[in-house]
Design a binder for this molecule. Structure first.
Ligand SMILES: [Zn+2]
Length: 313
């Protein structure tokens, strides 16, 4: 059996047996977190890209976990699900909960692969996120909105279908800890900042859908939001308000730009975002963290695509 004991590890334990595992996406800390909820019927939330898989397994093994039978994926973007094929191959009994589009794409991941390589190039993708393996269809369990996943010990996760960032997005609410595992729906928080940077990619970003989702979440009793990028944060209601404000501002900015290519717009946008952060008194390291880890051209494309859909429904 392959052992990963020499890999680097960064695990944070939270109350109620929740483990946040940094999977060192692109070999960097603080980029992608997976979560393990330890219960009599435990579950892993997110797997991360293929290249992160050894870090994930190394961390689980350091916790004495040598078998994981199921996982729940927030959505079908490759930085979240790239390693699924490895997961179901490693653990014989393993199956994954995911939106029904998973049935179509995970056994034949070529389309997912192509969509991302068109943006980042195939070379970048192989180097940074790694090749993906197909997942056999019998390892996939599709989710329904409001479905409960039983964790044992009188604990359950409630799955919410929450489109806006992606039409195939689900978030998972743990009533015991009052934690919402929110994937990419809220946006990004790097690394321990207390503000949210929007994440509005094409083809699915839709403000109305996203705001409906966030307003639904504001009505839940929340102690924490657990983001994929990155980590667990308290002050959930403030963060949701902050996310909504920033999304409005980003859309307005793009709407008011003179005609330009997405590439030209992305250069102007990046500078504008940096200046805003400087104006707010945010330190340079944090600003770099936020702005270097975003593909601005994709954000421009996502917002413009949404504006176009709204104009020509
Ligand atoms: Zn995403």
């Amino acid at each position: 059996m392959q052992k990963y004991i020499y890999m680097k590890q960064d695990i944070t334990k939270f109350d109620n047996h929740i483990y946040q595992i940094d999977v060192f996406m692109e070999n960097k800390p603080g980029r992608m977190s997976c979560y393990y909820i330890d219960s009599s019927n435990p579950i892993l939330i997110e797997v991360g890209p293929s290249n992160s898989f050894p870090y994930l397994i190394s961390s689980l093994e350091s916790l004495g976990i040598n078998e994981v039978n199921r996982s729940a994926m927030t959505h079908l973007h490759l930085d979240h699900i790239g390693g699924i094929g490895h997961l179901v191959e490693k653990y014989e009994e393993h199956f994954v909960y995911i939106h029904e589009l998973g049935l179509k794409h995970l056994p034949n991941p070529e389309k997912l692969w192509k969509a991302v390589s068109d943006i980042y190039t195939e070379k970048w993708l192989i180097e940074n996120w790694g090749k993906i393996k197909p997942t056999p269809i019998d390892k996939i369990k599709t989710l329904n909105d409001n479905e409960f996943i039983d964790l044992g010990n009188n604990r359950k996760l409630k799955a919410y279908h929450d489109p806006g960032h992606a039409k195939h997005h689900f978030s998972f609410y743990d009533e015991t800890s009052k934690t919402l595992f929110i994937g990419d729906t809220l946006g990004l928080i790097y690394p321990h900042g207390n503000f949210v940077q929007p994440n509005l990619p094409p083809p699915d970003f839709d403000k109305e859908l996203l705001f409906n989702t966030l307003e639904k979440f504001e009505k839940l009793e929340l102690n924490n939001l657990a983001l994929a990028h990155f980590g667990i944060h308290n002050k959930p209601y403030e963060l949701i308000t902050n996310a909504k404000e920033s999304i409005e501002v980003w859309i307005k900015f793009i709407e008011n730009l003179p005609e330009s290519s997405n590439q030209e717009a992305s250069v102007i946008m990046e500078q504008w975002v940096r200046t805003n952060y400087e104006f707010l008194g945010i330190d340079k390291e944090t600003i770099d963290n936020y702005t270097n880890n975003v593909h601005f051209e994709m954000q421009v494309a996502g917002i413009r695509n949404y504006l176009l859909k709204k104009k020509n429904p």
